[in-house]
Design a protein around this ligand. Structure first.
Ligand SMILES: O=C(O)CCC(=O)C(=O)O
Ligand SMILES: [Fe+2]
Length: 375
């Protein structure tokens, strides 16, 4: 079974096409159908040998083993065609290609030339970063202590006080400092995802380790309690960035779902009006465009230093700011285990609002049919 492991290219994107929203997608597979490997190998199929092929990126035996997991309709294709299919599948798991090369070069350039303003931000210092209530809850680690600091505004949307004002100010200054450096050095800043024209990827500027520790040591205990059904117990990679809104920049963010299992969104400031987040319930791919139920409709006003935690599949967007400037730190946390298992599932009623509704409806109809038969 292939897992999203080391070297998998987590390209920034917002997934899903929602009504009235911008379409943002990854170009990894654009126009090229990539077959999905089957869980069980075709026992009776004798795979090709790829030993004599030149320029294979991986050991030839890997291709033979993978071939046995191709969908049946692909097995009769020529050896070259099958190899091309297998390479496309593998390409999803390795950071090669033009875009990834550019990304690597971009990171290298920053690493060698960018002088951080606040070195302190690059190593996680819990006492300096976090407010006491958050630290205490994580140190305690019990479900009761974690729930004690949370407000659940609507099912699955939690907020809590998290970052100290001094940390927020330093982070804002660091991002501004980076933008100035990039402008002077004529480096084109790679934006966090296809829906943002401003902001920067914090992982790219050297904060990857710090943010990873933030996820593994501070968010995982919360996610394990709050997002059990959407991979919250197995978060293993992240995409960390800041989004920026100002009157002469982006004002809002369209309705979307994140490329994450669990998202942390913390407001850093500065001063602004408007810019509320809106939520419309958690949905699987199939039901992503469906209506929201009244109890799923939520609007939330950002508070500097306060964090929002929600499932990546929780449909949301940000309304336009009406004055000032807003910058938020976002951490998209992912679980390769959850993503792999999801490929083999069709019923997501443990987290998709619409799947659950349909399941309840089916069981209601079944019970009433049984009652009628018995009478
Ligand atoms: O602007 C915000 O607070 C939301 C940002 C967001 O949803 C995202 O970047 O995925
Ligand atoms: Fe989002």
């Amino acid at each position: 079974m292939l897992l999203h492991g080391e070297g998998f290219l987590h390209w920034p994107m917002l997934v899903g096409k929602l009504q009235g929203a911008q379409v943002a997608r990854s170009s990894l597979e654009e126009g090229v159908p990539v077959p999905r490997l089957q869980k069980t190998p075709h026992a009776g199929h004798r795979p090709e040998s790829y030993e004599d092929m030149e320029d294979l990126e991986y050991p030839a035996t890997l291709y033979s083993v993978m071939e046995q997991h191709l969908p049946s309709h692909c097995l009769g294709a020529s050896r070259e065609k099958k190899l091309a299919m297998l390479e496309r599948i593998l390409a999803k798991y390795r950071p090669n290609g033009e875009r990834a090369k550019k990304h690597r070069e971009y990171r290298e350039r920053i690493r060698h030339n960018y002088q951080p303003l606040h070195e302190d931000l690059y190593t996680l210092d819990p006492e300096r970063f976090f407010v006491g209530s958050f630290l205490d809850a994580i140190k305690d680690g019990s479900e009761a202590a974690i729930r004690h600091i949370l407000i659940e505004h609507s099912p699955g949307v939690f907020t809590f006080n998290m970052l100290k004002p001094a940390f927020c100010s330093m982070m804002l200054e660091e991002v501004e400092h980076f933008e100035r450096w990039a402008q002077d050095a004529k480096v084109k800043v790679m934006r966090p995802n296809t829906m943002n024209n401003y902001g920067a990827v914090l992982d790219d500027i050297g904060m990857e380790e710090m943010l990873n520790l933030l996820m593994t040591s501070y968010l995982n205990p919360m996610a394990a309690v709050l997002f059990l059904n959407v991979g919250g117990t197995s978060l293993d990679t992240h995409h960390g960035f800041v989004v920026q809104y100002a009157m002469d920049r982006d004002l809002d963010l369209g309705f979307h779902v994140d490329d994450s299992e669990v998202t942390l969104n913390v407001c850093l400031g500065k001063q602004f009006e408007g810019g509320d987040l809106f939520f419309r319930g958690v949905r699987c791919d199939k039901h992503v465009n469906g209506e929201a139920r009244p109890e799923e409709v939520l609007e939330y006003s950002h508070v500097p230093g306060h964090a929002i935690l929600h499932a990546g599949r929780h449909r949301h967007g940000a309304k336009a700011i009406t004055s000032g400037q807003r910058t938020n730190l976002i951490l998209w946390c992912r679980s390769s285990e959850f993503r792999e298992l999801k490929k083999y599932q069709r019923d997501f009623s443990s987290w998709c609002g619409e799947c659950l509704l349909r399941k309840k409806e089916r069981s209601r109809r079944l019970s009433s049919a049984k009652r009628q038969l018995a009478s």
